[in-house]
Structures are given as structure tokens and as C-alpha cells.
Write a protein that binds this ligand. Structure first.
Ligand SMILES: *[C@@H]1O[C@H](CO)[C@@H](O)[C@H](O)[C@H]1NC(C)=O
Length: 193
């Protein structure tokens, strides 16, 4: 089942191969201003932190092949990584890999909430209430999501706000059947087993 889904993604990726820039649409879904900080993998380009004001949307463009993560810090709070949005653009077979990761600080319920591809709206990674079965909690979790799209949405908000407002932002049902899209993280590099 998983292989069928991946095969379909590859066809989609091939047809959009000339695509477009890599982009994350940061969407604040509550009443808190935040700064998003980016951490590239070794050797990749640094990105300038961006302010995402309460309720606003800010788009950030990523270089080709950028792999790394980002976290959001609420105004007035210390700059320390919490829930991470992890991305690998133009990864194995040209696909985009992403997940919300609780590896660093699962108690951060006030930053990166959910991620999904901007037009397909699924698969989704991340939680509306914590903990949930849709984020990367433990090393080797099969929680990395894959899409041929190069534009991802990332919501920033407090626990519960997604439930009230995220659906409006997203316009799709939440934590929809994502099965078949999740892979191990090593797939980013084309390692399937
Ligand atoms: C961000 O990008 C999306 C999709 O490409 C676009 O619809 C939206 O207007 C952009 N938002 C801003 C604030 O530029």
C-alpha cells in the first residue's frame, strides 16, 4: 500500500519537476507574535529569522535542496528550540519531506503546530492537542511525510487554537488518513530499509 502511494507521488513529482520555488507559508493562528528561527543541516545556507505577527501569514523561500528545521519563539520568551518543523526540500527523487518533531522539547505547545502541503492539504504532520500520534516523538518513528509539492504550510499557535481556527485556515479535515504517506526519515536520502 505504501509503495503504491509512493509510486503515485513519484509520477506527480515528475510532472511538476520544473516546479517552483521551495516555500513555507507560516500562518499564525492565535494572538501571539512569534519569531521563527532556522537551523540548516551542516554546510547548508543559514536563513534569517523572521517575525510572524499574531494572526498573520509570512512566506519564506528556501534554497534548492535545503534540509533543516525551524522553531518558533513567542515574543518575550527565551530563544530556545521547541517543537520543530523539519523539512527536506528536493530530497530523494525530488520529493519534499517534512514532519513536526517533538524530539527536542515535547512540552512546547506554543510554537510549530502542524504542517501540510499547501495545495493537497495532506498529509499532515503535527498535533492539535498533545501528545498526538501524528508527530515525530521517538527516534526512528515512521512519521516523515512526503509530497511532490514544494510549498508547505506551517501553523504557529497554542494548543487548542488549531481546533477553533486551524480548520478555517486549512479548509480540510484534520489528521485525515495520512497512512501510506509516512516514511522513515532515512528515505530522504533514498534509503528504504
Ligand atoms: C504566501 O504564498 C501563498 C501561496 O503561494 C500566497 O497565496 C500568499 O498570498 C502568500 N502570502 C503572503 C503574505 O505573501
Amino acid at each position: 500500500m505504501q509503495f503504491l502511494n509512493i509510486a503515485a507521488l513519484l509520477v506527480a513529482a515528475a510532472t511538476t519537476a520544473l516546479a517552483t520555488e521551495n516555500k513555507v507559508i507560516f500562518q499564525s493562528i492565535d494572538d501571539v507574535d512569534r519569531t521563527v528561527y532556522f537551523t540548516p543541516n551542516a554546510g547548508l545556507a543559514p536563513l534569517t529569522p523572521v517575525e510572524v505577527p499574531a494572526g498573520k501569514q509570512v512566506n519564506v523561500t528556501f534554497p534548492h535542496g535545503w534540509i533543516g528545521n525551524y522553531y518558533a519563539v513567542c515574543q518575550g520568551k527565551p530563544n530556545k528550540p521547541g517543537m520543530l518543523g523539519e523539512v527536506a526540500f528536493n530530497g530523494w527523487n525530488g520529493l519534499t519531506y517534512f514532519d513536526v518533531s517533538a524530539i527536542v522539547d515535547p512540552s512546547d505547545h506554543d510554537g510549530v503546530a502542524e504542517m501540510w502541503p499547501a495545495s493537497a492539504l495532506k498529509p499532515t504532520s503535527g498535533c492539535q492537542l498533545y501528545p498526538c500520534a501524528n508527530a515525530y516523538y521517538v527516534w526512528d518513528d515512521v512519521q516523515t511525510k512526503v509530497t511532490p509539492e514544494t510549498v508547505l504550510v506551517t501553523t504557529l499557535g497554542k494548543t487548542g487554537y488549531d481546533i477553533k481556527q486551524g480548520e478555517k485556515v486549512r479548509g480540510a479535515d484534520v489528521n485525515a488518513a495520512d497512512e501510506g504517506y509516512a516514511v522513515k526519515r532515512s528515505h530522504v536520502e533514498g534509503k528504504w530499509f
